[in-house]
Design a protein around this ligand. Structure first.
Ligand SMILES: [Zn+2]
Length: 98
């Protein structure tokens, strides 16, 4: 999957690379989970929201544990998840097809 967005530092559209890093932030019982992408050119980071202010009770515990462990397979799954990419207003192309 190739992911594109306008990079604020480059000032134009760039390819963003999935770093495979999942960031979890817990605030009381509200959870934010991001998957970190990076501009291919200038390395500026872009945190794409997997969950925003989600109730801990709404998350599947097994998946939540995988976020905490920074599971690379889960990071790759989200990086290829069309609905996740669309929610984050990412432009994307399946590799090998334009
Ligand atoms: Zn850039």
């Amino acid at each position: 999957m190739r992911v594109y967005r306008r990079c604020g530092r480059c000032g134009k559209k760039q390819e963003f690379i999935n770093t495979g890093k999942l960031r979890v932030n817990a605030n009381r019982n509200r959870i934010d989970v991001w998957l970190v992408f990076r501009c291919k050119k200038c390395k500026r980071t872009w945190n794409m929201a997997v969950y925003e202010r989600a109730k801990l009770s709404k998350l599947v515990p097994a998946e939540y544990n995988r976020f905490l462990c920074n599971d690379p397979e889960l990071a790759a799954e989200y990086g290829n998840d069309f609905s996740f990419l669309r929610r984050n207003n990412a432009e994307f192309h399946v590799k090998g097809r334009i």
